[in-house]
Unconditional design. Structure first.
Length: 645
């Protein structure tokens, strides 16, 4: 079999013999193959929390994790199978030693003196890293939090709410005034407002709620130093109309929030109970308590009472005198106000009902309704007010129920502050009031905060399991607890750079940032694993030459082989990191829709990649040397690890 392989490798005018090629490929495969296999498992395992995310965050980041995993699987397969074949065909001529490569030689001349210095002052270097880690932990505690980074959709959804008893004509007038004022702002391109509900069963909006989509001009046409928040503030200041509560969001996120949580703003407080009047009182108290809270904008308690109804009650003692029944009165009201179905018209495969009712001027006021004519057999037509009481009564404008209980809501958006700290401050303010609520009444926080709690719970449950799985993979890779711990220690120090960059970029912790740290977790383990493999290979060479006892191996010999193991394979380590780093850096300057999501993922990855590389190149050899020195002093020999097995 080997003779056949040698014949395949044999080429004319090739000074490199087939035997040499075969040995080279075999040795490379034995060294690299297991490392590729285990590093692929580690990176895919690190994405396990992303696979288990649900809801909006799962739909958004799930494809990223699946794509990354499939790419790694195919990449590992090609690295083990196709790469050796390509080497056999493309590798020609005399092989130059590693130290003859000008790039590698220059990198080694820079790296080796720094590594020698770090090995000499190892306690100082470790102390600096620990201090940096403590500073990173302090910065982490000061970061804000939110469910998802705000994605700029390029447009604004203005959702003001009027009083529940507003008339059609009044809400139409308000809508026209608002659209005119919004259009006067230079950055606004188009305005489209809608009041009430669409002709569909899926839209339950009351007429008191207005939806206005504001399309903005390209940012290049905006006034100098104007941001989207400045434009929203300017719109809000112009539209201070009595009886109208303003609210701002974006079209897509608004629909997602309403579908997933039933709340149209960033945060909603749901109040559950048995009485609408009591729920309304509690909602007003909560609204008053939250007024003035930093970050709370567009605060609004949905009115549960205050709706106006027209009640038409038949006068039972009168209708008998005219020979009428209650059904006669109801039929008149239905036909004149609601409309009576006369027939059905068919147009192709579609059917449309034909209805008839009184014209608008005969039913647009209470007095007009009282004058509706009721036909009698003996007395002819008589006014409706003769046989029925027509009056206006109060009631709920819209009844909301959830979990078989009546529900009221207090809504607010969060701007100029992170979601997490805003909600926590609001919860502190409400704690005293919530504890003394009537029996059978309770509150529930919803909106994006509900999504954030769900995502955080999933991540906190899965991450420890992922750490254990990765540790077991490392243990079965090295067959050594110490080597696995040396590799795992890289993770906290890799996170330092990520935390530093997130802090200085002013990015809040979110699911997107968590996904960035998860990707960093796998990358840091992979880089540290590569260094550990090469250091153990160097230890095996040292033992072959000097034996494995403290009488033959001195501290200087050990240090020299650690330097060789670190420096002689510097190029592949830097290539592994550089490929990822150079692919991520352009995202820092990305603009346009979508960049808001990519930046929080990329920033921790870039910062963590830089610090993990520094740690792996400078600190991992120090920790490795300290472990091997301890083995020599306590056992009299060094524990050898052969990953190729």
């Amino acid at each position: 079999m080997k003779n056949k392989i040698k014949n395949i490798f044999k080429k004319e005018n090739d000074p490199l013999s087939p035997e040499d090629k075969l040995k080279l490929i075999e040795s490379s495969s034995k060294l690299v193959g297991p490392g590729v296999f285990y590093s692929t498992i580690i990176v895919i395992t690190s994405f396990l929390p992303v696979f288990l995310l649900t809801g909006m965050e799962g739909k958004l980041f799930g494809p990223l994790a699946w794509t990354k995993s499939f790419i790694l699987i195919v990449d590992a397969f090609l690295a083990i199978t196709l790469t050796p074949v390509l080497i056999s065909f493309l590798l020609k001529g005399k092989l130059r030693p590693e130290d003859k490569n000008p790039i590698n030689k220059k990198l080694e001349s820079i790296y080796t003196p720094i590594l020698v210095f770090c090995l000499k002052w190892r306690k100082t270097v470790l102390g600096i890293n620990i201090i940096a880690l403590l500073i990173g932990v302090l910065m982490f505690t000061r970061l804000g939090s939110e469910f998802m980074p705000p994605l700029d959709e390029g447009s604004v959804l203005f959702m003001p709410v009027t009083l529940p008893d507003v008339s059609n004509s009044e809400v139409k007038r308000i809508l026209q005034v608002q659209d005119k004022l919004i259009k006067s702002i230079p950055e606004v391109a188009h305005v489209l407002g809608k009041a009430g509900r669409a002709n569909t069963a899926t839209d339950n909006s009351p007429i008191s709620m207005v939806e206005t989509i504001i399309l903005l001009k390209p940012q290049a046409e905006w006034r100098e130093d104007k941001t989207k928040n400045d434009i929203i503030t300017e719109i809000n200041n112009k539209l201070q109309i009595p009886g109208v509560t303003n609210g701002f969001t974006q079209p897509i996120i608004n629909r997602i929030n309403m579908l997933s949580t039933g709340i149209r703003t960033d945060v909603g407080i749901k109040i559950y109970g048995a009485s609408l009047d009591t729920i309304n009182v509690l909602a007003q108290k909560i609204k008053k308590t939250l007024e003035g809270t930093s970050g709370v904008k567009d605060l609004y308690a949905e009115p549960i009472t205050g709706g106006k109804y027209i009640d038409i009650e038949a006068k039972r003692d009168v209708i008998g005198r005219y020979g009428l029944t209650i059904d006669d009165i109801n039929n008149v009201v239905e036909a004149s106000i609601g409309g009576m179905k006369l027939t059905t018209t068919i147009e192709g495969r579609q059917r449309f009902s034909v209805n008839a009712r009184y014209a608008q001027e005969y039913r647009n006021s209470l007095e007009a309704l009282k004058k509706l004519q009721v036909q009698t057999m003996q007395f002819g037509p008589i006014p409706l007010e003769t046989v029925a009481d027509v009056k206006i009564s109060d009631g709920p404008p819209m009844i909301n129920s959830e979990n078989a209980m009546l529900r009221g809501t207090v809504l607010f958006n969060v701007r100029e502050r992170d979601l997490g700290s805003t909600v926590k401050e609001a919860q502190k303010k409400l704690n005293a009031m919530i504890t003394i609520m009537p029996k059978g009444y309770y509150v529930e926080w919803s909106g994006q905060w509900e999504n954030q709690i769900r995502a955080n719970k999933t991540l906190s449950l899965i991450l420890p399991i992922v750490v254990v799985i990765i540790f077991l993979v490392l243990y079965f890779t090295y067959h050594s607890m110490k080597e696995a711990l040396i590799t795992m220690i890289t993770v906290p120090f890799a996170l330092i750079g990520g935390i530093f960059m997130v802090y200085f970029y002013g990015i809040n912790l979110s699911v997107a940032v968590a996904v960035g740290f998860i990707a960093l977790f796998g990358m840091a383990i992979e880089t540290a694993m590569l260094m550990t493999i090469y250091l153990n290979e160097s230890m095996n060479k040292m033992v072959e030459k000097y034996g494995n006892s403290k009488e033959t191996i001195t501290e200087e010999i050990l240090k020299q082989y650690i330097i060789d193991g670190s420096a002689k394979r510097l190029r592949p380590k830097l290539m592994t990191v550089s490929v990822s780093l150079f692919g991520l850096i352009p995202i820092l300057w990305a603009t346009g829709t979508g960049s808001d999501i990519m930046l929080p993922i990329t920033v921790p990855l870039i910062g963590g990649t830089i610090t993990s590389t520094i740690y792996v190149l400078l600190v991992t050899p120090i920790v490795f040397e300290m472990v091997k020195l301890r083995e020599l002093r306590t056992k009299g020999k060094i524990d050898l690890i052969d990953v190729k097995e």
